[in-house]
Design a protein around this ligand. Structure first.
Ligand code: SF4
Ligand code: SF4
Length: 87
């Protein structure tokens, strides 16, 4: 089995930290123009809340995203920006 597949199998289920919308201070915003769909963000997200649709669109489930910023750090295209949540 490839290490890629092993990692996917070992990933936590979506939203294992519970609903985060009320306490998250920063949220990731995806820029589709910069994205090359390498899927690294999906691979590294510890909450498994990033999905890809139709091989093109990256969707982040904000209900469960905890705003850790790992996806923005790992993105080679700077296609994810962490922005402060509005009050
Ligand atoms: S890591 Fe960046 S470039 Fe790769 S799929 Fe995610 S947003 Fe797109
Ligand atoms: S900030 Fe990014 S890596 Fe962290 S939980 Fe949210 S989508 Fe996943």
């Amino acid at each position: 089995m490839s290490s890629w597949l092993e990692h996917l199998i070992a990933k936590s289920s979506e939203g294992s930290a519970g609903k985060t919308g009320l306490w998250r201070t920063f949220k990731p915003v995806h820029n589709v123009e910069k994205c090359n769909r390498c899927l690294l963000c999906l691979y590294y997200c510890p909450e498994n809340v990033i999905k890809v649709y139709h091989h093109r669109f990256i969707i982040i489930n904000y209900e469960y995203c905890k705003g850790c910023g790992i996806c923005a750090e790992i993105c080679p295209q700077d296609a994810i920006e962490m922005v402060e949540e509005e009050e």
